[in-house]
Design a binder for this molecule. Structure first.
Ligand SMILES: Nc1ncnc2c1ncn2[C@@H]1O[C@H](COP(=O)(O)OP(=O)(O)OP(=O)(O)O)[C@@H](O)[C@H]1O
Ligand SMILES: CC(=O)N[C@H]1[C@@H]2OC[C@@H](O2)[C@@H](O)[C@@H]1O[C@H](C)C(=O)O
Length: 389
């Protein structure tokens, strides 16, 4: 049986820091087992985070600055990989997602011709491999995009093998900067082809930006959602915002801070002024949009509601958001993946360790029903170092 010690590195659309995990992986698909040996979030240095957020918000930079940023990110990713191994037998493989700074889904023109998407993750794998002396797999999204897919979400195939249930249907709901779902039917005949996945819309991105706006940067997020919980959502605005095109696009679909970022928040704040909403009410209203857009997408795009929802990502710790999801989902129980034995904080980093492991075994990592690609493909580019297998 295959077994490997792997490092997973991930920084998502919240741009809060690098999630690093050290895992032992054994098996291949339904027999796969992942043991989490260590997990840590290493915050970005403040100045580096500001530069990343600026380009995510559309600020123009020169090619020289882009090259410098690419390697500055690779260096902190490599440091995260070194640190997570302290006190452990070293890993022989790294799966590094990198830092998304631009994401453009594939688009259809008026003649229904589809153009390819484009997604850029910085922190080049060759530099991580060189600095750590560990074979590194990176650039996971490009092969799926070349096959006509969105290149996202990629985690549903990993969710399928780590979190599906023999009898129950589950939605695995990640609430990061952006939210995405993997719908997992019960594991019976043909279940793999019935899995669905898509980005549901905003997660914490708008909430974090609003908190930074109201506190002049003194706070970066609303801990436990307590500030939002002290306000009242404006349902008229939630209904208006839910009319937006993205929520009415059928899956497969993906999005990013290009849509749910600074200028979207600006529009929300203008609307909020019309209704004279104070900061707590604005946060409550954006939280309601986040919860309502998730539930609306289940009701609209799934044949049947799931029997259970398992939350993960930083937003799973936002108690007010969790409470609003529970209320809107009514009878469907809402748990976190921690409660079924998989770390809600580190699941995405674990997923990129698994995707790197699959790459080395020649196992495809994408699910065309989630990304829209025209075929299953091997994900990731390999940066081999001497001695690693
Ligand atoms: N205790 C908490 N209370 C409320 N929100 C929290 C808490 N802890 C984390 N968060 C939120 O989670 C965010 C980080 O989530 P996460 O690390 O899952 O995002 P990400 O991986 O960057 O995003 P994505 O999944 O879109 O790639 C923080 O920016 C914050 O908004
Ligand atoms: C382009 C990009 O980085 N997309 C991320 C982002 O963060 C959440 C959502 O948008 C998601 O679908 C995707 O990441 C997860 C890890 C995925 O590919 O499954």
């Amino acid at each position: 049986m295959q077994q490997k010690r792997v490092i997973g590195l991930m920084s998502g659309t919240s741009v809060d820091g690098i999630d690093a995990v050290l895992v032992d992986i054994i098996g291949t698909d339904l027999d796969i087992k992942v043991e989490l040996l260590a997990g840590e979030t290493y915050p970005y240095p403040t100045e580096l985070r500001s530069r990343i957020l600026a380009i995510c918000a559309g600020e123009a930079i020169s090619m020289a600055e882009l090259a410098e940023l690419d390697d500055a990110i690779a260096i902190v990713f490599a440091q995260a990989a070194q640190n997570i191994q302290i006190g452990h037998t070293p890993a022989t493989l790294i799966g590094s997602h990198g830092q998304t700074v631009f994401h453009k889904p594939p688009q259809k023109d008026r003649e229904n011709q589809q153009s390819l998407g484009y997604s850029l993750q910085l922190g080049r794998g060759a530099v991580i491999a060189h600095l750590t002396d560990i074979t590194t797999v990176s650039n996971f999204r490009v092969a799926d995009i070349a096959a006509g897919g969105h290149g996202a979400p990629l985690v549903p195939r990993v969710d399928a093998f780590l979190l599906s249930h023999p009898q129950e249907s589950r939605c695995i709901q990640n609430i990061g900067g952006i939210s995405n779902v993997a719908y997992l039917p019960p594991r019976n005949h043909g279940w793999l082809s019935q899995i669905r996945g898509w980005d549901t819309g905003p997660g914490n991105s708008l909430l974090d930006l609003a908190v930074q706006h109201f506190t002049n940067g003194a706070k970066s997020y609303d801990e436990n959602g307590s500030w939002a919980a002290s306000g009242t959502p404006c349902h008229t605005l939630v209904d208006k915002w839910l009319n937006q095109d993205y929520f009415h696009l059928p899956p497969p679909k993906s999005t990013g801070r290009e849509l749910f970022g600074v200028s979207y928040l600006h529009d929300c704040l203008q609307d909020a002024q019309t209704y004279q909403l104070g900061p707590a009410d604005v946060l409550a209203t954006i939280t309601e949009l986040t919860a309502a857009s998730i539930v609306h997408s289940y009701r609209t795009y799934l044949r049947k509601m799931p029997e259970q929802v398992l939350l993960c990502g930083g937003g799973s710790q936002n108690l007010y958001l969790k409470h609003r999801l529970e209320s809107l989902l009514a009878v469907v129980p809402v748990l976190t993946t921690d409660e079924v034995g998989l770390s809600a904080t580190f699941k995405e980093a674990i997923a990129f360790a698994v995707l790197a492991y699959w790459q080395q075994l020649g196992i495809p990592g994408n699910l065309p029903t989630a990304t829209g690609a025209n075929q299953e493909v091997l994900l990731g580019e390999v940066h081999q170092v001497k001695g690693n297998k």
